[in-house]
Design a protein around this ligand. Structure first.
Ligand SMILES: [Zn+2]
Length: 254
């Protein structure tokens, strides 16, 4: 099975059952100097990922990874995520960051500098997001980076010298002016845009008045299940956390 990417888009071919699948075989032109990667196939089928020059391949269509989530079987979507992250890492790690010499492949997922010995492995950017609740309300915000008019959770990148919990408290304080109870870990998720690990938490409102950080947020506020605005679409972790909260609220009312 071939996970072939043109830029950040993945070639998929329609299956008889309405889903879409990576190509079983294809004739393609890999990008110059790009590595190909073997992927751990769920059922033993050999899987390989590569970035290709071709903008069109017979019988296949290019899909954005966000929308591919709706049509790819979950195990294959997980592989596509891994493929996208490895290919991004390969394209952005061509030279040694210490001495500038061209890196060479060392293992399947590492490179080494032949001049100074520096090793490079894929580096994840770690980001947290947190669902803050107050009674039957949830805190939702709209980041200025969102391309569409929906609300998500307070989120941000972990900084150097910071624990995940410190990061959660800092982001909530910076973005909303609020203090929260100790954050509780809920779930995490790889997020291949381009190479992130999202770590999801929940916390309860503790103190403060909502004061949105203007540079980062367009709008935000407290919402009940009855007043929810447009939410982020699956497969985002924010949506999963909001859906879990919503499910609990509905069960509490029954
Ligand atoms: Zn070097």
């Amino acid at each position: 099975m071939l996970f072939l990417f043109h830029d950040t888009q993945l070639f998929l071919t329609p299956a008889a059952d309405g889903t879409w699948l990576p190509l079983a075989a294809a004739s393609f032109t890999p990008v110059a100097d790009g590595l190909a990667f073997d992927l751990p196939a769920p059922d033993g089928t050999p899987c390989r990922a590569a970035r290709v020059v071709d903008a069109a391949l017979p019988g296949a269509q290019l899909w954005d990874l966000r929308t591919a989530h709706a049509v790819l079987p979950p195990a294959l979507y997980a592989l596509a995520t891994k493929a996208a992250e490895l290919l991004h890492w390969d394209a952005h790690t061509r030279h040694c960051p210490v001495c500038g010499t061209r890196l060479v492949r060392q293992t399947d997922i590492s490179k080494r500098c032949p001049a100074c010995g520096e090793e490079q492995w894929p580096q994840l950017q770690t980001a947290v997001l947190v669902l803050v609740e107050r009674g039957d309300e949830v805190l939702l915000v709209q980041s200025r980076s969102f391309r569409h008019d929906f609300y998500g959770l307070v989120a941000g990148f972990v900084e150097t010298g910071e624990s995940l919990e410190d990061c959660v408290r800092r982001e909530v304080r910076e973005e909303t002016g609020l203090e929260i109870s100790p954050p509780r870990y809920v779930a995490s998720q790889p997020w291949p845009f381009p190479i992130q690990l999202m770590v999801g938490f929940r916390a309860r409102y503790a103190a403060g008045t909502l004061r949105l950080q203007d540079e980062e947020l367009r709008k935000g506020g407290w919402f009940t299940p009855a007043t929810l605005p447009t939410l982020p679409s699956p497969p985002s972790l924010a949506r999963k956390l909001i859906d879990m909260w919503l499910q609990e609220r509905c069960e509490a009312e029954m």
